[in-house]
Write a protein that binds this ligand. Sequence first.
Ligand code: C5P
Length: 210
Amino acid sequence: METKLRMVVTAGPTREHLDPVRFLSNPSTGRMGFAVARAAAEAGYEVVLVAGPVGLKTPKGVVRVDVVSAREMFAAVEAAKADILVATAAVADWRPKSCAKKKLKKGEMSGVLELVRNPDILKSSKVRRKIGFAAETGEAVAEAVRKCKEKNLEFCVANDVTAPGAGFGVATNRVVFVYPDGTAKRLPLLSKLAVARRIVAALQRGRSRK
Ligand code: C5P
């Protein structure tokens, strides 16, 4: 690669606090995103890994920015000024309307949680080349084609998180690369690092097409 392309990768969950000790989140471990960051660094990309709260070691040669909320993640992605965005993060789509400065007492909670929408980082990002993930419970391809168009993606990595060997916290993934024109390339059950290497290879092929 002549000039080093800059890639920003989002990984892990976000946390949306309602007070300092309570938050909305999900069980994402960040493994897929950390694998993409590692594979991209090994392939010679300059990599910024924007990570939600996860317990993983930073891959060699990768610059890591730790964030908590979706809004922080979005700001870090845009600040990275990258050529490519690979969005693997399981971003919380909603956040509590307000976050109390001090721990809420039981009596101060009404039992109703008012939520507002978080930004869609992948959809709103100004990064030129964007790759997304579509985690579904069931047939993911049609949904991934829709996402490619809606979010202006080069391609989308679709997976059924309920399939054997796939999903949150496991070391393997069974994915399909889905392109905006509806082309789908089904991969076998692979380690997340192997999936990550395929993503990087697909990006390199995409670059040579342009
Ligand atoms: O629309 P959906 O949430 O299923 O799209 C998933 C893709 O969009 C993933 O690549 C995810 O990282 C990204 N995303 C995002 N910001 C959000 C929601 C999803 O970047 N608020």
